[in-house]
Design a protein around this ligand. Sequence first.
Ligand SMILES: [Zn+2]
Ligand SMILES: [Zn+2]
Ligand SMILES: [Zn+2]
Ligand SMILES: [Zn+2]
Length: 501
Amino acid sequence: MADLQSALAARGLTVFTLPDKGRCLVSSRDFSSGSLSTISNAEEHEMRIFYMAGDVIISQEPYAYVSNNSSDSRCEGCFSSINLKKCSACQVVWYCGSTCQKSDWKLHRLECQALAQLSNDRRKLLTPSIRLMVRLYLRRKLQSEQVIPTTATDNYDLVEALVDHMSDIDEQQLVLYAQMANLVNLILKWPEMNIKDITGNFSKLACNAHTICDSELRPLGTGLYPVVSIINHSCLPNSVLVFEGSLAVVRAVQPIPRGNEILISYIETAGSTMTRQKALKEQYLFTCACPRCLKVGLYEDIQESAILEGYGCEDDKCRGFLLRDSDDKAFVCQQCGLVRNKDEVKKIAREVKLMSDKASTSLSSGYYLEASNMYKAIEQLQLKMCHSLSLNLMRTRETLLKILMELKDWRGALMYCRLTIPIYQRVYPRIHPLLGLQYYTCGKLEWLLGETENAIKTLTNALDILRITHGTNTSFTRDLLIKLEEAHAEASYKLSSNDDQ
Ligand SMILES: [Zn+2]
Ligand SMILES: [Zn+2]
Ligand SMILES: [Zn+2]
Ligand SMILES: [Zn+2]
């Protein structure tokens, strides 16, 4: 712990332990660098004691990680899905080439031996969680034998220190973890192995492991990052976690003064307080007490929930939100007073549910045209039923955007992308990766359709956000910059050729 504290102190961070919250990562930033000569003294002082938006607070390689091989195969080293070759000995792990295979070899050599002796039936049970647990134990073994070096931020003691919430887990879940632990035990066959210890570690992974995503937030794998795991959750976080390959990078999205806690979000923060609290309780086993959650029950919070997850006014020009009447038989518009029959709303809701099941089946079977027609019909029903800023309507439009992209219907995709943006602006803070990515998609579509001026505006909006959340020095942001420069070049070319005429 002392080693960790001094490693963190060098980065302007410290770990506090609070009785009600457990461990917290707190900014202790106070750098007295004298080289910031181009800025004024007040600004210089601020930069020394604040993390500024876009600053990397901490970055960490995983203690152990696995690629997500359930839908399509990925390289165990870099998550690439092209030119893959299966490891011939175990027939479980894929690599894109010898570089990734070599860099994983110390660990995979042991993993390979363990997996190769499994029967085909048992091999089918190898979920990413099981494989992550096997890798966790193998890495501990290699570190204890000094085959892999340990550092202050990379050692098994940090895994030991993570919370497991064992006393809060229900019986059914514990039985499942014990079964999984049994399989890990059968794979490793270590005499000193203890099922209870592995069970506890499954519980640890459930509330501490992170889904590794690409720059566009599509899942690639799962990893355990014991220092990043110290960072607590807020539904209104001051920092964001993104990944560069398997490297976890936490960046500030707003100035964070010395003494303030570093906070990221563990869940999708678009949702009513009840929805967010439920998600946090179910997966992370705690009750959030962030400033957003503390508003629960206040008029402002009731209004927000009714807009995001409730129904819309019968008068389609009215933007009011609806609340239940006193005998729970109808909904009343809080703006114009119009009453909406509960049975009528429930009838549409049932229709939507029925159609959604069919639509998602046809989407997962790849029938994009059929799926697009179904989702358009769902959208029409939701327009009748929901508030215009409803999350359900937004999700349907997000799905339509994806389907129309698959169908290369760029005009239609752009229309749906634009329809989602006002809701994104409402449900996410000004600097949020999902808002930045949605602008980026919109800008790329505008550029493709020759709307150069619009593309410049939208790509600039994207860059303003993504340079903070994704950093300025990543290939992802550089690509965005190049697209923006091309759009500017085309706009000035168009302008000059207009002048020539
Ligand atoms: Zn690779
Ligand atoms: Zn192998
Ligand atoms: Zn909260
Ligand atoms: Zn109304």
